[in-house]
Design a protein around this ligand. Structure first.
Ligand code: G3H
Ligand code: 13P
Ligand code: ZN
Length: 319
């Protein structure tokens, strides 16, 4: 059942976070559904502009529609990740997506407001909800001066003004994370001080944490042992997800970790089967391993076990 992130966030707020997982192909989609059903969790499927362009934008739509039929008990939202104006408008008009992210965070405040407001008005007119972004995610290097680091983080004093001016439905905040496999060089971590300040400014408003892969060290070690070269990769401690959820984070974005599972499975398989060339045995292993990864991650997010309750909640909200 495809629902809006708005309903998912209402159910989750302050208690747990929903996993927002990026997919690019059928195998990731199957692993994601299987893992969420096994852990009884609602979830958000994210499709980036790159994922839409990977084959054809219709390809993932129909893979997801098929999965919805194969797993009728699933409850999920379909979300455009890091959209620009054109991709947001395309998704709003598609009749398939339930929410879009407009990412104008690289623009000055007023321009970000204007672009976001335009997309919010178009989306709301068609019943979709909008995630916006304020602040800049980036690699947080330990040698960078504190003032400079803080300048990139979301300024809590700007948040209320931004939310009121744009009427967006959720807000991605920069609180110390960055995209990819190399997030921290030392002992840095999530800026709970900044997050707590943001929540105080907009109590009850759903916040989003991007760049939240945990880059498991055993996964990195296995990839490197099987011929990879990703030394020094480091991610977010997923034991901190529940604390973030208590402070208003309702959506936690995870993409890189899924790519690491894919990389480990493929490297190990071909190392151990130099004679192999068939795609199906390895695809099956990947789907199983990705499902296991997703189910375990949903436990860390607190979304595991919420499926029946959230389904009733969404049905009642839309009756
Ligand atoms: O935040 C970005 C996501 O990880 C999507 O990455 O644009 O390479 O699909 P992508
Ligand atoms: P990661 O690179 O940490 O997986 O972040 C993904 C993300 O934020 C997608 O929008
Ligand atoms: Zn992101």
């Amino acid at each position: 059942m495809i629902v809006t992130t708005k309903d998912l966030f209402k159910h989750a707020y302050g208690k747990y976070a929903i996993g927002a997982y990026n997919i690019n192909n059928m195998e990731q989609c199957m692993g994601l559904f299987r893992g969420c059903i096994a852990s009884k969790a609602p979830f958000i499927i994210q499709i980036s502009k790159g994922a839409r362009a990977y084959t054809d934008k219709l390809m993932l739509e129909y893979v997801i529609r098929a999965a919805d039929k194969i797993f009728p008990e699933a409850v999920f939202a379909v979300h455009l990740d890091h959209g620009d104006e054109a991709s947001c408008i395309d998704c709003i008009n598609s009749g398939f997506y339930s929410s879009v992210m407009i990412d104008a965070s690289s623009k000055p405040f007023d321009e970000n407001v204007a672009i976001t407001k335009k997309i919010v008005d178009l989306a709301h007119a068609k019943g979709l909800v909008v995630e916006a972004e304020l602040g800049k995610l980036g690699g947080v290097e330990e040698h960078v001066a504190v003032d400079e680091k803080d300048a990139c983080l979301t300024n809590p004093d700007d948040v209320k003004r931004f939310v009121e001016a744009t009427n967006c439905d959720s807000l991605a905040c920069a609180i110390g994370t960055s995209h990819g496999a190399f997030k921290f060089t030392g002992t840095q971590g999530l800026r709970f001080d900044v997050l707590a300040e943001i929540q105080k400014k907009v109590p009850g408003f759903p916040l989003v944490m991007h760049g939240s892969s945990s880059v498991p060290q055993d996964e990195v070690a296995r990839i490197n042992a099987a011929g990879g070269k990703i030394e020094g990769a480091k991610g977010v401690d997923d034991n901190q997800f529940r604390r973030a959820a208590e402070l208003g984070v309702t959506k936690i974005n995870i993409d890189t970790d899924g790519r690491l599972v894919w990389c480990r499975v493929h490297r190990e398989y071909f190392r151990d089967h130099p004679e192999g060339f068939d795609l199906r045995p390895i695809g099956k292993i990947f789907m199983e391993e990705y499902a296991k990864f997703i189910a375990a991650k949903n436990v860390k997010l607190g979304s595991a076990g919420q499926l029946d309750s959230v389904r009733e909640f969404c049905k009642a909200a839309n009756a």
